[in-house]
Design a protein around this ligand. Sequence first.
Ligand SMILES: Cc1cc2nc3c(=O)[nH]c(=O)nc-3n(C[C@H](O)[C@H](O)[C@H](O)COP(=O)(O)OP(=O)(O)OC[C@H]3O[C@@H](n4cnc5c(N)ncnc54)[C@H](O)[C@@H]3O)c2cc1C
Length: 455
Amino acid sequence: MGRSRSLAVGLGLGLRPRTEWNDPRRGEAEPELVGPSPRSGGTARLRAVGASDRAAEQPHGGAVRPASPVPPSGGSREAICYSTPVAHADVLVIGAGIVGCATAHALAAAGHTVQMVDAREPGQGATQASAGVLAPYIEGHESGVLCTLGRRSLDLFDSLIASLAEDVGPLPVYERRGSIELAFDIVARTRLQRAGEALGAVGVEARWLTASEVATLEPAVGNGARGGLHVPMHGLVGAAALTAALEAAATRRGAQFRSGVQVTGIARGSANRVAVTTSAGVIEAEHAVLASGSWAGQVAVEDAGEVPVRPVRGQLLHLSLPTRRLTHVVWGTHCYLVPWPDGSVLVGATVEDVGFDERATVLGVTGLLEAACALVPELSRATFVGVRVGLRPASPDALPIVGPSATVPGLIYATGHFRNGVLLAPLTALLVRHLIDGAHDDPALAMMAPSRLGL
Ligand SMILES: Cc1cc2nc3c(=O)[nH]c(=O)nc-3n(C[C@H](O)[C@H](O)[C@H](O)COP(=O)(O)OP(=O)(O)OC[C@H]3O[C@@H](n4cnc5c(N)ncnc54)[C@H](O)[C@@H]3O)c2cc1C
């Protein structure tokens, strides 16, 4: 999810979380790119390193997920070591974040034979840090394209959640109670009032709330807001649970998942197949989907330049109150708050250009805490449950990269979802499925075409 208008949270000490894209520290050391390391205890191995630290990096061994029995109708999880090319999958999905799992689910549901590999366990990339906000009309302020894509994908959520509930049981958290974006000054008020009018003009329900209406709807919000823009169709979902449900439902429909498998290269294979080089051997498939998030640029694609995706770190806090005190996703100037039924409140998020550094920082945490307590004062008495850190996959124009490769027939890119990967996952999955089934004319594909970036 995005930065709130600006995360210039003064801590009264003149310290602020780093939100500027040109992070002054970046000049100091270049992050060493070795692909996503398995997560252990939240401290990722990847970090902005100085020369002295390089020697410390040890390549990790591919760990294969232990075999575990699954329902008889479903696929199997078993330890497999590849010594020769294996060509039994229609589709190989590389990366089991929200984008990869949604894609594997859509393809398996359409009857394709799907394999999915990841260097980590499912959902342990950026997805585990996601706030799960579904708000195209907040995130899309700056980009009409993002608004259009976000709205189409949001419209797919209810039916997706319903079909997952049938397959694997109801999700613990999925709501469509709307968002309130608050204004604390005249400029913001004017901007939001105009945004509300513009949304109304295109048939999107949006209402400007006065300060007293905000106080009635959200009494926990502190004073100072001059009003807010309420968009009822917005929502939230538990991103980790959604990813797990997508993976489980895909597995029930025959998909196979392997963790601890690192992909290093993609090339044209034999008989018009795609050959994918992994730490567990070469896998050949009719189609391959590169859904490896921020690490997409580290997978070599034959005759193509590096996928122009870079990591943008986001830190997110998980706080807990005894009972639920907020109804809507509340969007402030310096942070946003995501309320869960159990009294949890997610506070997001920093936007930091620090390379492949998945560590939480004091600056990030204290800045978000101060912003959250300024917005909802009683959060100062909340329990601090934890901080999550993820690397958002950002493309040069901040739009996703979804579509066919120009150099490797059968390869499909599905990455670069930046701040909206959870929101955009259902649409991405649908488009990838269409592409594999031979339908290339969806207008959304033109908006996210890899060819715009020379891929
Ligand atoms: C703090 C924060 C808050 C956010 N809030 C929201 C929100 O409210 N709403 C929203 O829509 N989005 C939000 N996002 C953005 C969203 O989380 C991302 O856009 C989304 O998770 C990207 O999904 P992905 O599947 O592309 O990438 P990831 O989840 O990063 O998954 C990529 C996977 O690929 C694997 N992988 C990578 N390289 C290789 C390789 N070479 N071989 C094998 N496996 C590999 C990784 O291990 C990883 O599991 C947020 C992000 C952050 C950080």
